[in-house]
Design a protein around this ligand. Sequence first.
Ligand SMILES: Cc1cc2nc3c(=O)[nH]c(=O)nc-3n(C[C@H](O)[C@H](O)[C@H](O)COP(=O)(O)O)c2cc1C
Length: 374
Amino acid sequence: MQTDLCKKLGIDFPIFAFTHCRDVVAAVTNAGGIGVLGAVGFRPEQLAIELDWIDEHVGDRPYGVDVIIPNKYQGQDEKDEEKLRTMISAAIPQGHRDFADELLDAHGVPRLNNEGKTTDRLSMTEATSAPLVDIALQHDNVKLIANALGTPPPEIIRQIQDSGRMVGALCGSPRHAKMHVDAGLDFIIAQGGEGGGHTGEIGSMVLWPEVVDVAGDIPVIAAGGIGSGRQMYAALAMGTQGVWCGSLWLTVAEAATTPIEKELLLAANSNETIRSASVTGKPVRMLKNAWTEAWDAGNNPQSLDAPMQMMAVGNAMKRMRRFPEQSRELMFVPVGQIVGRLNHVMNARDVVMQLVEEYLETSDRMNGLLPDVS
Ligand SMILES: Cc1cc2nc3c(=O)[nH]c(=O)nc-3n(C[C@H](O)[C@H](O)[C@H](O)COP(=O)(O)O)c2cc1C
């Protein structure tokens, strides 16, 4: 399983752990895989604190950082964060804000004291992500930067490559993979539709070999639905050079997932997720619940585009975070179909070791299937 990509990054196992939690990044990196910190929710100054902490906990081992700059979003020509925020905030239909708040009222989620006084939060844009990349590049152990929802802008690709790091991006179709190839990215993450978070429609079994064929010499990492060594073996058998898992780390002991989120995740089955644009304006796979049903019902307001939808529901998200117990039936829990296998809490290191051991057992089993020609 020591793929060329492992050698290039100096890691023992081709296991990439996408997570928003620094403890998980450190645990997976120290176990021989590589943690990748999702930076979208951080302000630059917070990200610097998180990365300093990781640096202190991983010695000279490598890790990665992930940002979100979509190929297409409202106002993408505006690079000034404050101007873009003001412009989008002013254009949000009041009906959408009201619909989100009234949905929470109907479920008994209390209102916040400071309602209407906080400013809308902008994210998932070049204006908000470029400063995060700047911070990431100030940390020597950051060896890769990945982008979700599109090919990163050319100047960001150049900036990362000139600093000696690898830059890659997720894709959900061969067409997107081709755009990444043409832009000269160093690796591509092919994420099948069963994966958690923003995701396309094509399933991993179909997508991975398609992207491998489009990518040529560029290493492809498989994502979407991987939760066991058997799946990891299958992913490498299809020509990928590693596995990129997200959902798997949500229920590990080190994860910052809240107790109620963990409880919901541990109880959910594989058929209890849905792709819905109701939180970010782009389809995200998440737990199906009263929130997704309400937004996806025909006569209710339709989700706005990104990043406006996220701003329109920002207050509702804050309310749910503040009152989690009352928000069980509505809360945003992004996760993939592999949730059906997340049934008990383990340490991140043990999850890495379990993947490796099961991969090796599978390899033995597959070798045993070869005909005896002696
Ligand atoms: C809770 C959650 C949040 C995610 N957020 C991001 C993100 O900010 N950026 C990103 O590139 N991918 C994000 N993803 C997708 C992961 O990077 C990864 O591709 C996906 O989880 C793989 O499928 P799996 O969930 O079946 O392991 C997220 C996934 C989850 C589960």
